[in-house]
Design a binder for this molecule. Sequence first.
Ligand code: AMP
Ligand code: MN
Ligand code: MN
Length: 363
Amino acid sequence: MTDVTSLADLSLLPVPEAGDATARTQAESGDAVGEQRNRAVEAILSAVQGGESILLVAHVDPDGDSLGSAIALGLALRTLGSRASVSFDSDPFVVPRSLTFLPGQDLLVPPALVPATPDLVVTLDAGSLGRLGALGRVATRARRMVVIDHHASNTRFGDINVIDADAASTSVMITDVIDALGVELDHDLAVAIYTGLVTDTGSFRYAATTPAVHQLAARLLATGIRHDLITRTVWDTHRFGYLRLLGELLGRARLEPEHDLVWTWCAFPDLTRAGLTLDEIEGVIDIVRTTAEAEVAVVCKQGADEVWRVSVRSKGAVDVGAVCTELGGGGHRFAAGLTSSNPLEQTLDSLRDALVRAPRLPV
Ligand code: AMP
Ligand code: MN
Ligand code: MN
């Protein structure tokens, strides 16, 4: 029988009242974000007006939010007459299969061909310099660096840092920048922004999905985008080899009640045998994390470089963003990650240790 107690509890969740301490803190931090955003918009406009070189950088192995945000800003700058380039570090330099529908791909420039010392670099959805990979070096050589991001763990590595941990996606923040630049939201901009929104809200299911998020979605839909096709391509399309591999990865998943943990792994040979690439197994964590008996879910994915990319999710009782930051990674409170060059068991052991030590949050 289903235990409905926890569902009944939902109605008891406190709703912050306007004017209480929580609301005030958010308003103050909102002002600080607005001030940084104004500075960022000024820096961007001055670079456009001065005909300066502008480079927009998404994080390594980009997802729909980082690439969608970078492309949206690139398209907006093109409308203003700038030839901004968009780049990211990925080996090989290819757009993930699920994002090949994104408009504006002619803006893409491989890392080897970006300006060596750009006048302005804007980084999108990257919580630290390390998340830019090899492009981190280019970013530090830029005359000016603007960081636009929504990770609580952001290290504020730019000259101007627009960081809003409450934003549902970086693409929401980019919409505010584009509005401030005075560029009209057209169909292509809407596709790029919506892609970031649908990626990071898990199709409008996660807690960051506020009324404002739905209002933005309505505004984007009004441009005539095929949101059904975007969602199907981003979330619901896989090559047949994925089904087989998914069966294997789920079949070997391990439940560790003593650590309140469920986890599985995909070694690089598993991936190549299935004829797939890393970006194609991003969704495995979304199935593993549905396990009712575990608070924390983990999927370890090994790349051609033998490095493990570890995806970590929690249901709300553990700040896995803090746990991953402690282990050299980062992310959001309940969706985070890290990389590890250690063997799988060792990687898991440090994660188990950190999880056991992590304080339990009220849910
Ligand atoms: P993923 O599991 O790859 O979907 O990532 C979940 C979240 O954690 C995203 O917001 C990522 O930006 C962040 N993240 C993943 N891997 C790392 C890492 N190695 N370092 C910092 N942040 C990461
Ligand atoms: Mn991202
Ligand atoms: Mn994001």
